[in-house]
Design a protein around this ligand. Structure first.
Ligand SMILES: [Zn+2]
Length: 383
């Protein structure tokens, strides 16, 4: 009796274990560990929020997460030797990768000196007045080359760069057809632009700024955007961060924006199918920051900048783990992605043109711009 009473529950346990293992084999579960870290800019001075952090398993299934506003990330990852990748803006211009070993049910913490976002892009700026985006770029530990307003009329100069920053007040002269053509071709062939305040004149025309709709010059059609230099010196309190990704990356959805100079550009009208509104005035609902990937009307030629031959390509990856997602991979990895139906180019922008960001606010000469500075850092890293 004594032996039987022990044996019966024991046999029951064996049966349960067999049942479990049978279920597991019909739906295999990838063993995982956890990778934790904090992504910082190159010189370690600021965290990077909203960055994509990912690894692939052996079947090219994507495991990913995004960094929080404080740069922290925690990624559940398949076990084994993996390439941990950290990318912003689709990864063409800023990215870092590390070889890691993921152990089942263990947490690997990345040393903070290794999780720094590297600059891939060649970046240039045109100097302006009361606006110095280049100071923010260099303050993060990245490098940027100064070019002149006149250089924009020379495509052999323009096409060397992946990103060009156009400071407020940089533009001189109403009509420069070569400049307009070059900027159109630059964006069409993958170059990205950031323009602030009066530099809207590069986009839609005007001399040093835009007085009215339909200004002469520029390369973006006038029906897509009109701004007028009628803003009064003021602080807009509670400006709304209307773009969800931007709000997540920043860690806030409202901020005060100081316009310390009069005559700033008010967005008078815009095409909502062409521009994404990122930040808006809470009272008038006028956009204060907009972005587009829609421009591709220039002449298609070789990709601009340093990305053309760097051995990496931007693709739209799809698997059963979620929505299509834009990543940048080594070209040698492309055949395995092509095999499961990925496409070359960003998911939202298959024509491979670049991004244009425009803000009505900018970096003050005194640099004391509060949370606006975090938005400008985001722009730099996501072009
Ligand atoms: Zn893929």
């Amino acid at each position: 009796m004594r032996i039987k009473s022990i044996l019966v529950p024991f046999l029951g346990l064996v049966f349960l274990m067999l049942s479990c293992s049978k279920d597991d084999s019909s739906t295999p579960v990838q063993a995982t560990g956890t990778i934790k870290g904090k992504l910082m800019v190159k010189n370690g001075s600021k965290p990077v929020g909203g960055a994509l952090v990912f690894v692939f398993d052996d079947n090219n299934k994507l495991y990913y997460t995004y960094t929080q506003a404080n740069g922290d990330f925690s990624l559940q990852a398949p076990i084994g030797q993996r390439k941990l990748q950290m990318q912003t803006g689709g990864g063409a211009n800023f990215r870092t990768s590390l070889q890691v070993t993921v152990v089942k049910d263990q947490t690997l913490t990345i040393d903070s000196s290794l999780s720094r976002l590297d600059q891939v892009a060649n970046m240039a700026y045109v100097a302006g007045y009361y606006d110095e985006i280049q100071d923010i770029v260099t303050g993060l530990g990245y490098t940027i080359t100064q070019i002149t307003n006149a250089d924009l009329a020379d495509y052999s100069i323009v096409s060397q760069f992946d990103i060009i920053f156009l400071n407020c007040g940089a533009k001189q002269g109403y009509v420069n057809a070569a400049m307009d053509t070059n900027l159109a071709n630059f964006v069409t062939n993958g170059g990205s632009l950031y323009a602030s305040d009066w530099a809207v004149a590069y986009l839609t025309g005007g001399g040093s700024n835009s007085h009215d709709c339909g200004e002469t010059g520029g390369f973006i059609p006038d029906d897509k955007l009109c701004s007028k230099n009628i803003g009064a010196s003021t602080t807009i309190t509670g400006a709304q961060v209307t773009d969800a990704n931007l709000a997540t990356a920043l860690g806030f959805s409202a901020l005060d924006i100081e316009y310390n100079l009069g005559s700033w550009q008010n967005v008078f009208s815009y095409d909502a199918t062409y521009w994404d509104v990122m930040v808006s005035d809470p009272v008038s609902n006028q956009p204060l920051m907009i972005k587009t990937n829609s421009f591709s009307s220039g002449t298609v030629s070789d990709p601009v900048g340093d990305n053309e031959n760097d051995g990496w390509i931007t693709i739209c990856h799809t698997d059963d783990s979620g929505s299509p997602i834009t990543i940048t991979i080594e070209e040698s990895e492309w055949p395995s992605h092509e095999a499961h139906g990925d496409s070359v180019g960003a998911c939202t922008n298959t024509n491979n043109s670049g991004t244009i960001y425009y803000t009505t606010f900018h970096n003050h000469a005194n640099g004391n711009i509060g949370n606006s500075g975090l938005i400008l850092e985001y722009v730099i890293l996501n072009l």
